[in-house]
Structure formats: structure tokens, C-alpha cells
Ligand binder design. Structure first.
Ligand SMILES: [Zn+2]
Ligand SMILES: [Zn+2]
Length: 344
């Protein structure tokens, strides 16, 4: 079969490969891939970020944002059947650790990921454990269903803490998940949505997806600009997706007294945090890691099914898998939002 794999360490090293079609073992199933999205995590693998380099055995088929049809099941599989339309939760959780047992499988102590720890979905077929199968209604288009995994993070970020309903919300960093958060916040009844991103394409899409304001943090003082449009109050909820030190400072600096600071983007290095300011202004700091399994999936699927959110504009490119390397190039050049890859 055709696949797109990380074949060599260092930056780049992404190439088409032709591994055999895998067979499912006990508790596993094989998905015939219909669509798969390129994610920021795939870009981290492209750049061979240290935490990836430490754990990945090469060659590895990439990709974990996927929708497809169940084509074969291994022994003992009960959660899916042949012909089911399925998206994948990307956190393969163990089910037996303390967080898993307490209903917080998104914080599993032993999480593994398709496309990192096992072969992923940039291929015509992928084999995964049945525990990560999310069954979709058959009328949900695969191109939307392949975006449920990242959209689930956006929905999770909008629903944690104080939520977004009737609140002023900052979405800092308008990559695909930030843009999805803008759309989700609009659908969930946010009062005011402020987007921030240095990339003009992303700011333009943020406005189309429902933002009331879109600021370029490289051109304006973000904290001052947000103060201006919120009657000097700051935002009720700042959701930080960029992972950049400036984004972190701008977001936490823009939170209203007692508001929410929700961190989604992982900073590459330790950051300074003024705890005296934190004490005086009392923001609640909320960690958004992945999605709630399966609450975020339920909410995300409903928002798409009910057409409260349209993911189509965020899906900037739909490419054949054979042109997958181009998808990476488009992201590197800042020309793509979310490219999807379609196996032939
Ligand atoms: Zn992803
Ligand atoms: Zn676990």
C-alpha cells in the first residue's frame, strides 16, 4: 500500500513508502482510510522535536487525524463492526491506570499515539486498538469526520473551566485548532471573540469563522488592544494555542480579574510566570490536554451534524496521499490551514 512516513531522523525525512497492508491482531481493527489531516504534531515530527526523536522508531507511518471505514476486525473486537464509519481518538489509553479508572482517560499515564508509537493513518489502511474507535453517523462526510480529533480539542478548550457562553473570549494562535475554537466559541454562544495571530491568512479566516476582532500581535500591543475592546476589563477566558512565549504572556496578561487562562499550546521551553500578578488577579489556570473521552467527541460531532460549525473553510487543501509531502511544504510556507490527504 502507499504510505507517507518519517524515514530519516533530523529535519524533514518524510517520504512515500510502500509497506504491506497490516492485519489486525486481537482487540484491533483495520480501517480503510478515507481522509487524514496533517497536524501540528506531524510538523513537530517533521522538525524532529527532541521529545519525538527520543521515542520514535523509524520508519514510521505518520498521521492520527483520520476517518475511514472498518474493513477487518481482530479476535474479541466488540466496539466496531465491518462497514462502520469511524474516526480515531489519538490517545491510545491503557484503561487501567489511576486517571483512566477515574474517567480521565485523556490524562492516561501510558498514552500511546498512532503516527508516533505505532504506524499511523497517512496510508490506505491503518490498524489500531478498538478502544480508540469513535463511531460516526454514516451521513457525516469523511472530510469532516477526519477533523473531529483536532476539533475535539477546540471544543474541549471552549467547554472547560467557565466555558465560553455569554463571555468575552481570546483565541490566541489561529492555526487549525485555534480557528476551530473560534468557530466553536461562536456556536456555543460566546459574547465577543478576539482572535490573535501574526499570519494574515489565519486572521482573515478567524474573522470569517466568527471572530469579532483579529489582531496581529507582531504589530500591536495585544494586551492594550484587548483592553481597548473590552472596556479595560480584559477577557473572561483567554485560550492560548500558540505555544509561543509572547503568546503566553499576551494571553495571561489579557485575562480579566478572576477569569480563565486555558493553556493548549505546549511551550517548547520553561516560561517565567509572575505569581504575584497571578495572586492579585486570580486567574484560574486550566490545562487543556487532548479531548475528554468521549464527552468532547459527542459535543464535537453534534456541532458538525447540526451544522452549527462548518469546518470546510479550515480544510484549506484536499490532496491525494501521493502529494502528501506537498501538504507539509504548504504548511511550512504558511500557505495552508489544514491540509487533508486522501489515499487513492
Ligand atoms: Zn493532531
Ligand atoms: Zn491509562
Amino acid at each position: 500500500m502507499l504510505a507517507l512516513s518519517k524515514t530519516a531522523d533530523g529535519v524533514g525525512g518524510i517520504a512515500l513508502t510502500e509497506p504491506d497492508v497490516p492485519d489486525p491482531g486481537p482487540g484491533e481493527f483495520r480501517l480503510k482510510v478515507a481522509a487524514a489531516g496533517i497536524c501540528g504534531t506531524d510538523m513537530q515530527i517533521y522538525h524532529w522535536a527532541p521529545r519525538m526523536a527520543r521515542r520514535m522508531a523509524l520508519p514510521r507511518i505518520l498521521g492520527h487525524e483520520v476517518s475511514g471505514v472498518v474493513e477487518a476486525v481482530g479476535a474479541g473486537v466488540t466496539r466496531v463492526a465491518l462497514g462502520d464509519h469511524v474516526s480515531l481518538e489519538s490517545h491510545i489509553y491503557c484503561g487501567v491506570c489511576v486517571p483512566c479508572k477515574r474517567g480521565r482517560a485523556h490524562l492516561c499515564e501510558a498514552t500511546q499515539y498512532p503516527g508516533i508509537d505505532i504506524d499511523g493513518a497517512f496510508a490506505s489502511h491503518v490498524v489500531v486498538p478498538e478502544v480508540i474507535a469513535w463511531k460516526n453517523p454514516k451521513n457525516l462526510p469523511h472530510e469532516d469526520a477526519a477533523m473531529l480529533e483536532p476539533f475535539g480539542i477546540a471544543v474541549h478548550a471552549c467547554m472547560e473551566g467557565s466555558g465560553v457562553t455569554d463571555q468575552s473570549v481570546l483565541v490566541n494562535g489561529c492555526g487549525p485548532i485555534g480557528l476551530m475554537a473560534v468557530a466553536a466559541a461562536r456556536a456555543l454562544g460566546a459574547a465577543t471573540i478576539i482572535a490573535s495571530d501574526p499570519n494574515e491568512l489565519r486572521r482573515a479566516q478567524a474573522l470569517k469563522s466568527g471572530a469579532d476582532h483579529a489582531f496581529d500581535p507582531s504589530a500591536v500591543d495585544l494586551v492594550a488592544a484587548i483592553s481597548d475592546v473590552t472596556d479595560n476589563a480584559g477577557v473572561d477566558a483567554a485560550i492560548e494555542f500558540s505555544g509561543q512565549p509572547d503568546g503566553f504572556r499576551g494571553s495571561i496578561g489579557s485575562v480579566a480579574k478572576g477569569g480563565d487562562f486555558r493553556l493548549v499550546g505546549a511551550p517548547a521551553h520553561p516560561l517565567e510566570l509572575d505569581l504575584t500578578q497571578w495572586l492579585l488577579r486570580c486567574p484560574r489556570i486550566v490545562n487543556i490536554h487532548g479531548r475528554r473521552i468521549w464527552e468532547s467527541w459527542e459535543s464535537a460531532t453534534k456541532l458538525i451534524e447540526n451544522r452549527a460549525v462548518d469546518l470546510a473553510p479550515i480544510r484549506s487543501h484536499v490532496l491525494p496521499l501521493s502529494e502528501g509531502v506537498r501538504g507539509f511544504d504548504l504548511i511550512l510556507k504558511g500557505e495552508a490551514l489544514k491540509p487533508l490527504l486522501i489515499p487513492g
